[in-house]
Design a protein. Structure first.
Length: 278
């Protein structure tokens, strides 16, 4: 992220989930205002392709059955070399599949909750099975909606920046940098009228009069507030579910935890009857 920040001369750059040294794959990067959405991207589902080295000879079907025991909720303690507190915690493995076995090398595809350590998963599989094991190679193939189809190498990025800065050709960099709204795919949306936007931009909660449309969501879900043009206004927590919202014409609908739209893009309508703010 720092490397990108330098080349684009930006004030803020953030990423959506750390990749350990020697680990390759998908690393979403947010630029300037979009760094705030990385908080939610980093908490999305992850997909990995992992090569596990088994320490002793094993029966294939026996090892596969042990591996499948890790599907579902598991307990993990972060490795010694980690950036978080080494407290025991639960994480969920949504799917784990053995795709290939060659000698003592096992290729696995794992879909997991954020914050799951693949290195620790391999170690624990080795302990539980009695064969012993460690992670040999790891590649992240998906973070939320971003997968390997979206990948851009550092070399490709450097070339695009060069073409933009030295040849005044923006076409390549525009193919690489996506609108931040794309990162919100999968998060329920609440659409508001123009009168509500400015108040929310100043930190007001969304109230029912400003709502013109919405998707299904539950109370306490993370929701995105968008304009009728599809612009991301804010992200917050739902203060009621969509069924209640469909029946009311007043009341607080969502908190405003992070604001993405500039305050002066839409005119102020504070105090209007249908202003949609509180």
């Amino acid at each position: 992220a720092f490397w990108i920040k330098q080349r684009l001369s930006l004030n803020r750059v953030g990423h959506g989930g750390t990749l350990d040294p020697k680990v390759t794959g998908v690393l979403p990067v947010g630029l300037d205002n979009a760094t705030k959405i990385m908080h939610y991207v980093s908490r999305s589902t992850k997909e990995y392709v992992c090569v596990m080295q088994v320490h002793s000879d094993f029966e294939k079907e026996s090892l596969k059955s042990w591996i499948m025991k890790f599907k579902g909720k598991i307990y993990q303690r972060p490795p010694v070399r980690s950036s978080v507190s080494r407290k025991l915690r639960t994480r969920k493995i949504y799917d784990i599949e053995v795709t290939e076995i060659e000698d003592r090398l096992v290729l696995m595809k794992v879909i997991s909750e954020h914050g799951t350590y693949m290195r620790k998963l391999c170690h624990d599989i080795g302990i539980l099975s009695g064969y012993g094991a460690h992670m040999r190679e790891l590649r992240r193939t998906r973070t939320g909606i971003f997968d390997e189809r979206n990948l851009v190498t550092m070399h490709e990025f450097s070339e695009a920046v060069y073409m933009w800065k030295n040849c005044k050709d923006e076409s390549f960099i525009r193919k690489i940098i996506m609108p931040m709204e794309i990162a919100t795919c999968g998060i329920p949306k609440i659409m508001v009228d123009n009168n509500a936007v400015s108040a929310i931009a100043y930190g007001a909660k969304l109230t029912a009069p400003g709502v013109v449309g919405f998707q299904q969501f539950k109370k306490d879900d993370v929701v995105c507030v968008i304009t009728t043009k599809g612009e991301l206004v804010s992200v917050g927590k739902a203060l009621m579910d969509y069924r209640r919202l469909a029946k009311v014409d007043k009341g607080e609908v969502a908190s405003t935890d992070r604001v993405f739209i500039d305050r002066d893009v839409y005119p102020k309508h504070w105090g209007d009857k249908d202003g949609g703010s509180s």
